[in-house]
Design a protein around this ligand. Sequence first.
Ligand code: GTP
Ligand code: MG
Length: 371
Amino acid sequence: DEAIELAELAKRMGIKANEMIAKLMTLGVMATVNQTIDFETATLVATEFDFDVEKASFEEEALLNHEIDGDDEDKKIGRAPVVTIMGHVDHGKTSLLDVIRKSKITSGEAGGITQHIGAYNVETPNGGRVTFLDTPGHAAFTAMRSRGAQVTDIVILVVAADDGVMPQTIEAINHSKAAGVPVVVAVNKMDKAGADPDRIMRELSELDLLAEEWGGSVIFVKVSAKTGEGIDDLLEMVLLQSEVLELKANPDRKAMGYVVESRLDTGRGAVATVLVKQGTLSDGDPIVCGLYSGRIRAMIDDSGSRIDAAGPSTPVEIIGLSGVPDAGDEFIAVASDKDAKQIAGNRMQKQRAKELAKKSRANLEKMFENL
Ligand code: GTP
Ligand code: MG
C-alpha cells in the first residue's frame, strides 16, 4: 500500500540517500536507493534521528553538570549590577549612555570610546561599578528572556519629559515585568521647555509604576543627557537598587554567561561580545558558545585593551570561536577542547536533526496524503 521510493523520501526529508540507507541498516533494514519504503519505516527513520538528539542532549547535560559542580553559596561575592537601558525611540537612551560613559569612564579607558561595544563597565563617582547594556543588548535581552535566561538585574526606563509614555515605553515595561526586574525611571530631557515630569509620573502610575514620592516604590530621577543634570543621582539610585538585590557571583569557577552581540570580522573571524555571569573567563579557556566551540585566543575589554581574565558582570569581546553565535546564546567554559568540540558537535547535530524532524514530519504527512 502506502510507499515511497527511498531516494525520493531522503530528498524530501533533506538528507542524503546513503545517510538514510545507513540509518536503515542500523535498524536492521537493508535497503537500496530504488527500493520503496512504507510509512512505518519512514517514521522509524525519523524517530531514529530524534533518538540521536536525545542521546546527545543527555551526554551534554552530564558534561555541563560536571562543570557546574562545586558552585557553593559561600564562595559567592558581590558583583556589579547589569543594567539595560530601555525606552521609546529618541527618548535619549544612547545620549544618556554617552554622557555616563564620557564623564564617568576611568581616564585610562577614555580612548576606547571610538570602539563600539554593546556592553561596558563604568565606575560611578563613589567607586561602585555598573555594567550597562547598550541597544544591541536590548535585542539580546529579549532573546535571553525568551529562553528563560536572565542577564539584566535592573532596567533604566528612559522617558522624555517633553514627550511622555509611548508604545516602546510600554513594551519596555512589559519586558521588565515579565523578567521580574526592578525599574528605575529616568525622566530625560529636563532641560527642554516643554518638560513636564509630573505628567510622566502620572502616566506611569497608570501602568503600575508609582513613584516613591507619590507613595509607591519606584525610583524616578529627573535627568538631562544634554546638561548632565541628575546623572550622578541616577547612578546613585541604580547602585542603591542593586544593593537591595544583593547580587553575588562566584568568580572562582569556570565561566558561564551570555552573548550580547556578535559579528564576523574579516581579519579576526567570529567575534562575540559576551557578558560573564558566573566564574572567571581566562585567556586560553576552551569554551562552548551556542552551536560553536573554540578556545579564547584573545579577550578585549570595553576600552579596547587586551585582558587575560574577565570576572562576573564583565563585558568582554572574545575571539576564537568556530562560528558566529547568536545574541542571547549561552557560553560556558569547559575542561578541555575535546569536551568543547563534543558539546558543540552534539548541539549542531541536535539543531540539524530538529530542522530535519520538522521538515520531514511535514513532508511525510504531505507525501503520504498524496500517494
Ligand atoms: P534610538 O536609539 O533611536 O531609540 O534613540 P535614543 O533613545 O537612543 O535617543 P538618542 O540618544 O539618540 O537621542 C535622540 C535625540 O534627542 C538626539 O537628537 C539627542 O541629542 C536628543 N536628546 C537626548 N537627550 C536629550 C536631553 O536630555 N535634552 C535634549 N534637549 N535633547 C536630548
Ligand atoms: Mg539609541
